[in-house]
Write a protein that binds this ligand. Structure first.
Ligand code: CP3
Length: 355
């Protein structure tokens, strides 16, 4: 572990500190009035492509709350343009020419991050230079299967039937596309680490649509290759989040990430039991819990912390992205509660361990 590693990075490596680190998926976004104010002046794509604006938005939640990590403001779809996939946002991603054939898959190119997304790398450098040294900076990419879903379907969907049937109907095209996404995202993550990211995260938002056998067949091998490529180049903790992955956890362990993101559909204690107590987990408060009265929210937070205590280490987070109608004051309460409560748990366990 690098010297001066933050509390968050130490937790990612399985080392418990004086309290549990916390950050929130989609923390830089529409529930914040300052984000909405900025977005009135700049559209979403322009905001992601202008390093000063992306850096500003990334830092907005850091200025409001004592969060332990920042996550770069960008989108999982941001690097696809550089591969030849045109993407618009309305506000979810839309692809005018979805990939539906081997010829189309072969017309795409591998991402060169320095050439196609220099603005992301510049935004990371800017954020790292402004962020306090004891706060970590997370960079991310979409996992190959989730990017495959959007690229083939052409946009959001309840079941991504077009994409999932393409896996079976056009196996050669599907496998080439998944591979190209994997090598491209590996290069993207490496470049982001070299630009100053302290940790790397892969979002597999739609992989819960696969059962365990299909996961092992279509998603896992390309994920494993992606992680080995990244690890061959840079030493950063890697977080893998399989949304809707409660039936997949045993297979998710085989990805080999440092931290397993857990969604809110199962108790964190069951996840730890299935993943193994040597694992580091991230999660998993239901984003809807932020709409409960304070007393109920407090209890829900405490439960997640207590259940996370069974893992090697725990990074507190929601079980998926924060909803855009969430009251920002509830987030302030959450961050303080996690810090206070986990500091008590940590000091009680060091007393009982005689340390
Ligand atoms: O704060 C952060 O977490 C960093 C920024 C971030 C965004 N998108 C900004 C964004 C991150 C990490 C993402 C990842 C992302 N994008 C995922 C994976 C995580 C997940 O939620 O499963 C996915 C599937 C996308 C694709 C995407 N982009 C969707 C579905 C949407 C629409 C969301 C909605 O609720 O309507 C987007 C747009 C988007 N990405 C917004 C933001 C802040 C809203 C854009 C706006 O300002 O109108």
């Amino acid at each position: 572990m690098p010297e001066g590693a933050t509390l968050f990075e130490r937790a990612c490596r399985g080392v418990r500190g004086e309290r549990t680190p916390v950050w929130i998926m989609r923390q830089a976004g529409r529930y914040l009035p300052e984000y909405r104010a900025l977005r009135e002046k700049v559209d979403f794509i322009m905001a992601t492509k202008t390093p000063e604006v992306a850096a500003r938005i990334t830092l907005q939640p850091m200025e409001r709350y004592p969060l332990d990590a920042a996550i770069l403001f960008a989108d999982i779809m941001t690097p696809l343009e550089g591969m030849g996939v045109g993407v618009e946002f309305a506000p979810g991603p839309l692809i005018a020419q979805p990939v539906r054939s081997l010829a189309q898959a072969r017309s795409l190119r591998a991402l060169d991050p320095h050439e196609s997304v220099p603005f992301v790398l510049d935004a990371l450098r800017l954020v790292r230079s402004e962020l306090a040294a004891d706060r970590a900076l997370i960079a991310f990419a979409g996992a190959p299967f989730t990017l495959f879903c959007y690229t083939v379907e052409g946009g959001g969907s309840k079941d991504f039937m077009e994409a999932r049937s393409f896996l079976r109907a056009e196996p050669e095209a599907a496998s080439e596309l998944l591979d190209l996404l994997g090598t491209s995202m590996a290069a993207y993550l490496v470049a982001q680490a070299q630009a100053g990211a302290d940790a790397l995260m892969l979002f597999d938002s739609w992989v819960g649509l696969l059962g365990p056998d299909s996961y092992r067949r279509f998603a896992l091998p390309v994920l494993q290759r992606t992680l080995s490529r990244v690890r061959a180049e840079v030493d950063r903790p890697i977080i893998y989040f399989a949304n809707g992955g409660s039936t997949l956890l045993e297979a998710v362990v085989e990805v080999g990430a440092d931290v397993v993101g857990v969604d809110w559909t199962l108790p964190l204690s069951s996840a730890v039991q299935r993943i193994g107590a040597l694992a580091v987990v991230q999660g998993n408060l239901d984003p809807a819990a932020l709409f409960a009265p304070r007393a109920e929210l407090g209890t829900a937070i405490d439960t997640v912390l207590e259940e996370g205590a069974a893992a090697a280490a725990h990074v507190f987070n929601l079980g998926h992205g924060i909803h855009r109608t969430t009251d920002p004051d509830q987030v302030a309460f959450l961050v303080d509660r996690v810090h206070e409560r986990s500091a008590k748990i940590a000091s009680a366990s060091s007393v009982s361990a005689g340390t």
